[in-house]
Structure formats: C-alpha cells, structure tokens
Design a protein around this ligand. Structure first.
Ligand code: 4NP
Length: 154
C-alpha cells in the first residue's frame, strides 16, 4: 500500500498526516509506503513548519526529516491513495489525474473519519499552536479509520 498525503504548502497539514501515518504503520506493523506533497511549489525543499514539528513532538513523533515538494501527475501512478486535506487541495489534485479511474484514488483524508464533525482539515498556517494540536487530533482519527480500512478491506 502506497499513500500520499496532500495539502497546499506541504509544510503543515500533509507532513503531519504523513508523520502520523508513518508512525502508526511502523508501530502497528503495517507495510505502508508514505509520502506527502503540496499543490503549490512555494515551499519546495523546506522542512515542516516549526509549529507542525512541535505539535508532532508533543505526541512523540519526529517529522524533522521531511522536505516539501510539489505534487506531480506521476504521483497517480506511484500511489494507491492520494489523500487531500481540504476541498481545494482535492480539486487541484483531481486536475492532475491522468484518467478517471486514477482520479478516483484521490479522496479527502477525513472521508476515513466519517463520524468527525469536519470534512476538511483547516489550514493552521495563520493561527497558533492550538490549531496545530487540533489538526493532529483530526489526522489521528482519520488515520485510525484508514488503517482499519486497509486491514479489513472496507
Ligand atoms: P499547509 O499550510 O498547506 O498545511 O502546508 C500552508 C502553508 C503555507 C501557506 C499556506 C498554507 N502559505 O500560504 O505559504
């Protein structure tokens, strides 16, 4: 299973999502290839935002090694699932899909947390630390649902 998480800048939400998924796949013994990317190329090469790194460190998860890159059409061949943080990210991602079948592999990450009140992960960039902690909690719920889906094929 190969999973790409996608946001706008690839320095806040999607590297946090990648970090949660990578950490839980490792600790729960699931073979999942993870990566993340941004629909914008603005932050290419940057490490995750210090506030995102700090929020993850509060959960015992290190994402300092991750580096931002822009999402590519070829990512639809390289990944089984492409999980967008919000509707804008999903829309931009779908524009890159080579065909309709592969476009269906792009979803909202919160589709895997159907009982959560929010369908989109809010952009924490212009807010404070509490926003990053809230993003972590949302992503943790989504990853729980995603891993159940992978284990049980539903
Ligand atoms: P992300 O957050 O999409 O979660 O990585 C953002 C990072 C940077 C910007 C916007 C959102 N920016 O406008 O620079």
């Amino acid at each position: 299973m190969r999973i790409l998480t996608v946001c706008l800048g690839n320095i806040c939400r999607s590297p946090m999502a990648e970090g949660v998924l990578r950490h839980r796949a490792r600790t729960e013994g699931l073979a999942i290839v993870t990566d993340s990317a941004g629909t914008s190329r603005h932050h290419t090469g940057e490490a995750p935002d210090p506030r995102a790194q700090a929020a993850m460190r509060r959960q015992g998860i290190d994402i300092a090694d991750l580096r931002a890159r822009q999402v590519l059409p070829a990512d639809f061949d390289r990944f089984d699932l492409l999980l967008a943080m919000d509707a804008d990210n999903l829309h931009d991602l779908q524009q890159l899909a080579p065909d309709a079948a592969r476009r269906d592999n792009a979803m909202l990450i919160m589709d895997f947390a159907p009982r959560h009140a929010l369908r989109e992960v809010p952009d924490p960039y212009y807010g404070g630390d509490a926003g990053f902690d809230a993003v972590y909690r949302m992503l943790d719920q989504a990853v729980t649902g995603l891993l159940a889906h992978i284990r049980h094929g539903r």
